[in-house]
Design a protein around this ligand. Structure first.
Ligand SMILES: Nc1ncnc2c1ncn2[C@@H]1O[C@H](COP(=O)(O)OP(=O)(O)OP(=O)(O)O)[C@@H](O)[C@H]1O
Ligand SMILES: CCCC(=O)O
Length: 358
């Protein structure tokens, strides 16, 4: 029997875990994180091959929690590395699944979200969606120019959390997201700094390759020295890619991606830990300054979000450098499950038109 209210299953696959939730309208019925030990994942040659393994675990949890599949009215998954597309809630379709399976834009755990949602949606005969995937691209033409004709700047970011948080802050200000200007900074394992101009992310540091360094990524590097490193013979192509993305940033200095551990080292008198932490905040602040020029100084709020926004030290270090630009709002942590549910609900309630991927 279907519920008269909307009951939405939310699936957010991450690198080493799958987070799921069930919402009855905006009320959380279930929230769970299933950890995937590295040994369970490494037997799959490609990320997409993990699909049945992860889906079976989700179905098992729903069974244990006595949430019957026939009571679901929609399913929403995190969207992955699709073709560049505008923000919004998208119906999952064949073309999307084809592109994600081919992973032409790259492998990312979130690529599994739409695939799992599609399968469940089809078998239960309910709509399946994704919301604001990593490849949301609302950049203005001028932002795409890199400075080398062979290379075009691309938009890969924590769009889902940043757009949801910006909507939340706009609501608190009694404004519509589409009517205000924000600089939103996601401070997670990766860092995204985005100017949102009246509801559009008109520029962004590609969180996989540019901007500030992060706990596990190097961010933008001096090009000349990077080229020398590439041809030094010390690393294969794969090794270097992993070094820059996964073993870069804080990890490259301290063999940990945990900001709290590096903070503890700094408190114990480790001078390098102290400087590198300050540099993280310094680089983020510098990027915020750059994005303020993108918005020509018309910034209603700077918003800091993501796990590192729990760090009083880093937040204070960023704030002291950027508070002259606009008031700073801190929304620590991420609310990706809620953001996915709300995106699906906006469409189910007819508040937003569903977008089509082609
Ligand atoms: N209380 C805290 N103080 C300082 N740092 C923290 C705190 N809690 C979490 N972090 C840091 O936040 C980072 C992880 O953030 P988050 O959970 O948003 O990232 P993620 O989900 O792993 O990756 P991403 O957000 O890039 O998709 C880690 O470096 C962690 O050490
Ligand atoms: C590439 C931005 C998204 C992520 O790092 O998870």
């Amino acid at each position: 029997m279907k519920f008269s209210t909307n009951r939405v299953l939310v699936i957010n696959p991450g690198a080493t875990s799958t987070k799921i939730a069930v919402y009855d309208e905006e009320v959380v019925l279930l929230k769970k994180t299933v950890e995937h030990p590295i040994q369970s994942l490494e037997k799959f040659p490609r990320l997409i091959d993990q699909y049945s393994y992860r889906l079976d675990l989700i179905l098992q949890i729903l069974k244990e929690e006595k949430i019957f599949l026939e009571t679901l009215t929609a399913v929403v998954g995190r969207g992955g590395l699709l073709k560049p597309l505008a923000g919004g809630t998208y119906a999952v379709n064949e073309k999307m699944i084809e592109d994600l399976k081919k992973a032409e834009q790259g492998e990312h755990a979130s690529n599994l979200g739409a695939v799992m949602a599609a399968n469940l949606g089809k078998s239960l005969n309910i709509p399946a969606f994704i919301v604001d995937p990593v490849s949301v691209d609302e950049m203005e033409p001028v932002a795409r120019v890199s400075g080398l004709a062979d290379i075009k700047r691309i938009s890969l970011s924590h769009a889902l959390n940043m757009k949801a948080v910006a909507r939340k802050v706009a609501k608190k200000m009694n404004r519509r997201y589409e009517e205000a200007n924000f600089i939103v900074v996601h401070l997670g394992s990766g860092v995204s700094v985005t100017p949102h101009k009246k509801g559009k992310m008109i520029d962004v540091n590609n969180a996989k390759a540019e901007g500030p360094f992060s706990p596990d990524r190097c961010g933008g590097l001096p090009a000349d020295q990077l080229v020398n490193l590439c041809f030094s013979g010390k690393y294969t192509h794969e090794e270097l890619k992993k070094k820059l993305l996964g073993k870069g940033g804080l990890y490259s200095y301290f063999a940990t991606t945990d900001v709290r551990q590096v903070e503890a080292m700094a408190e114990d008198g480790d001078v390098q830990a102290d400087i590198v932490l300050e540099a993280l905040a310094y680089q983020v602040a510098k990027e915020i300054g750059a994005m303020a020029t993108v918005l020509m100084g018309e910034v209603d709020r700077i918003v800091l979000t993501g796990g590192i926004a729990y760090s009083q030290r880093i937040v204070a270090d960023i704030m002291k450098r950027v508070k002259f630009i606009a008031p700073v709002e801190v929304v620590a942590g991420e609310e990706e499950l809620e953001s996915l549910a709300l995106g699906a609900l906006r469409v189910l309630r007819g508040e937003e038109a569903v977008a089509q991927y082609s």
